[in-house]
Design a protein around this ligand. Structure first.
Ligand code: GTR
Length: 429
């Protein structure tokens, strides 16, 4: 980073209200101890990786992330089936076709299930590319559209939530994170799933979620490499993609997966572990997401595995305070997406998520993109705020807080245009 850019960043970061960040963490760049990242282009036994061997190295890294970080997830069930529970070809004043699809994971109405809210733009030639993302508050919270079914699963407290249940007053309360009309105008379908429908985000949430009802982890005595909640949510995204690949209005080969914060970690794990996702977006995902674990800045392994013990494979807690012993670091998670396009975004006031650690992880994934003939992030230094960079690896540092904003979405839509609309066939007529 040259002096001017560096100074601009320091000024931006120092001007932040200290209270915006949880106390007790290191926010001083000078106090980040030196660290060495594992070499993404060397096998665990030290051998260098050639282009031809990348698929083998990819498998090795996937197993390492399963074993030490996110846990192992089951495959799809042959019993799963989907039921269109509601549809309206003239939703949002005629802008979109709305479809609400119940995915019955064991094929039965009373079994584990989750719901996909899908909007397809009516003005676009179908099938269209799509963004798929999990949301925090229930599908009804992403837009005031009265046709969206209220979430029936447990919802954390917030506007319009009474005793863990969503009420009519909760409609549209998270609309700022989901510029639905804008995404549709740009020619993309938007598919949304409430993460709590897959598993409630609490330490005991597994009892009501897919982990208790599908695959390993049904007893509450989790093995060190059993899936955590992030693994369960990511598995849900993969099952949602299974459905989207059967929807005639969606181009199943052009589905981008997107997530913010803990759901950004989830989008990364889903996109890394499932090559059917055509593009991956991590918005402010931080520790356990795009941020390097070895860089001691903001949130740490010790803190995240004690505050949110249910998110990861139990084994990750063994690395609290000894991240250098982890056989992987998060640049290798991003590299698992290669050569597919990936976008990593940070925010200046989101020091807890370690913006610089997110940039450095994106940069650290670049050798794999280069090996596979892609150009990667391009920039040698962290860009100044609000200046997006990158080609196959996109990156920006937005001015502002920990959030998924309209600005972030504009960058993701531009990035998706560049990578998914090559044939221009899916654009609006
Ligand atoms: C924080 C957590 C972060 C991030 C965030 C979120 O409390 O420490 O890792 O995931 O929650 O999901 O909003």
């Amino acid at each position: 980073m040259n002096r001017t850019t560096w100074l601009a960043l320091v000024v931006t970061l120092v001007a932040l209200p200290a209270a915006a960040q949880p106390a007790g963490a290191n926010y001083d760049e000078a106090k980040v101890p030196a660290y060495t990242l594992p070499d993404v282009l060397r096998f665990a036994d030290g051998r260098p990786v050639t282009v031809a061997e990348w698929p083998k190295r990819r498998e090795e890294l996937l197993r390492l992330f399963e074993t030490h970080v996110y846990g192992r997830s089951p495959g799809p069930s042959t019993k799963t089936r989907s039921v269109v529970a509601e549809s309206d070809p003239r939703a949002l004043g005629g802008l979109a076709t709305r479809r609400q699809v119940r995915v019955l994971l064991d094929g039965t109405e009373g079994g584990p299930s989750f719901e996909i809210l899908l909007y397809v733009p009516n003005a676009a030639r179908r099938p269209v590319p799509a963004f798929l993302g999990l949301n925090f508050d229930g599908n009804h919270a992403v837009h005031p559209d009265p046709g969206i079914r209220l979430a029936t699963a447990w919802v954390d407290e917030g506007p319009g939530v009474v005793a863990g249940r969503a009420t009519e007053a909760a409609r549209g309360t998270d609309a700022a994170s989901w510029p639905v009309e804008r995404v549709l105008d740009r020619g993309y379908a938007l598919a949304i799933v409430y993460y709590g429908d897959i598993e409630p985000d609490r330490a005991d949430g597994w009892k009501e979620g897919v982990r208790a009802r599908i695959g390993p982890g049904t007893t509450g005595r989790f093995a060190p490499d059993d899936w955590g909640a992030i693994g369960a949510w990511a598995w849900g995204l993969r099952r949602a993609l299974d459905y989207l690949q059967t929807d005639p209005d969606v181009d199943g080969r052009k589905v981008a997966v997107i997530g913010h914060s803990r759901l950004g970690k989830t989008a990364l794990w889903a996109g890394a572990s499932d090559e059917r996702f055509a593009l991956v977006v991590s918005n402010d995902s931080g520790e356990g997401g795009a941020a390097l674990a070895r860089r001691k800045f903001g949130e740490t392994t010790a803190r995240i595995t004690t505050a949110f013990p249910h998110w990861f494979a139990p084994r990750l807690a063994e690395y609290a305070g000894r991240e250098e012993a982890l056989p992987v670091d998060q640049h290798e998670l991003l590299a698992l997406v290669a050569p597919r396009p990936i976008y990593v975004a940070s925010a200046t006031e989101d020091l807890w998520a370690d913006p610089r650690g997110e940039f450095l992880a994106a940069k650290g994934a670049e050798p794999v993109y280069r090996l596979l003939g892609r150009s990667g992030i391009g920039a040698e230094e962290m860009p100044v705020p609000d200046r997006p960079v990158g080609d196959s690896i996109g990156y920006h540092l937005r001015r502002g807080k920990h959030a998924l904003t309209a600005y972030d979405w504009e960058q993701y839509l531009d990035f998706a245009d560049r990578h998914l609309l090559d044939a221009r066939a899916s654009r609006r007529d």
